[in-house]
Design a protein around this ligand. Structure first.
Ligand SMILES: O=C(O)CCC(=O)C(=O)O
Length: 293
């Protein structure tokens, strides 16, 4: 549960960081399953439906940068789309009726974990309203050194930035005038969680430290927020992901700026899409050049 101060803080700043949400047993289990996936990736040479690899990945030195749909590939990850403590927190922010949607496990491996360039999730999946947020579950301590999540407090109330370049959606902000003024990095210990609003400006630097930074991200959206970009989901898929309350056939509309994330550059993950981005601001940055929180 959240108290009123935390709820107000999320409304005005667009994010929260909460410590000690998982038990030590839950954390161990998550880490163990994740290690098993990395071990099994030795037999896989190229990105597929499960893995997205760092450029240097090999059988002798496996380097996974993302598990693409953890909730559907292993029951241990699936538990976190239904985790009562997390759902209680999400309910304080989205109301009684909501479903989970996208999910991924981003592993920023020690030494050279890939950056994620500045973007807004809203640019990827606009809906009929923006009661949508992303929960990030920390498998490792997220510190200033290992490529923490960075975001611009309050930016969820601002504009939707252009993520298109040469007519294609490239998954990052392309406007050369964009500056992440006021950016902060979010630090949370392993077992803690972050929450950020769907219109929040965010990204993260490479991990050049010797400590991994793995985060399991699960998105949740109000049951009456309906996707505007076709995803291939059927009504049964959408309703099957309702984790609190009831489905509805009556979308709630909010007047917000939307630019559809179409057509897209080739590549099914944000890393692949952002490889084409000319306006890459975070790739070259050193770890400690933002204020922290
Ligand atoms: O892993 C990160 O630091 C950022 C995650 C993110 O924003 C994304 O994958 O869309």
């Amino acid at each position: 549960m959240l108290d009123q101060t935390q709820i107000e803080s999320f409304k005005s700043n667009g994010y929260l960081a909460l410590e000690d949400i998982l038990t030590a047993t839950e954390l161990d289990e998550l880490r163990q399953v994740t290690d098993e996936f990395v071990e099994n990736s030795r037999n896989v040479t190229a990105n597929n439906d499960i893995f997205d690899f760092e450029p240097g990945h090999s059988a002798t030195s496996p380097s996974v940068r993302r598990l693409k749909h953890p909730v559907t590939i292993h029951p241990v990850y699936a538990k976190y789309a239904h985790h009562e403590r997390i759902l209680d927190i999400v309910e304080c922010l989205l109301g009684h009726n909501f479903r989970y949607h996208n999910n991924k496990l981003n592993m920023k491996n020690s030494g050279d974990g890939s950056p994620v360039e500045w973007h807004q999730d809203w640019a990827f999946y606009p809906h009929t309203n923006d009661d949508i947020l992303e929960v990030g579950i920390a498998l490792d301590d997220m510190t200033e050194e290992n490529g923490p999540l960075m975001l611009v407090p309050g930016s969820h109330q601002g504009k939707t930035w252009d993520h298109h370049q040469d007519g294609l959606f490239v998954g990052g902000i392309t406007d050369p005038t964009f500056k992440p003024d006021g950016a902060v990095s979010v630090k949370v210990k392993a077992g803690g969680i972050t929450l950020h609003h769907v219109r929040m400006l965010h990204g993260s630097k490479p991990n050049r430290s010797d400590k991994a930074r793995r985060m399991l991200f699960i998105g949740f959206c109000a049951a009456d927020a309906w996707p505007l970009v076709p995803s291939g989901d059927t009504i049964e898929d959408l309703n099957g992901r309702i984790v609190r309350g009831e489905p509805t056939l009556e979308p709630r509309m909010k007047c917000l700026h939307v630019r559809l994330s179409l057509p897209r550059v080739e590549g099914s993950s944000i890393y692949e899409q952002q490889e084409k981005l000319n306006n890459a601001l975070l790739s070259a940055e050193e770890p400690d050049s933002a204020a922290s929180t």
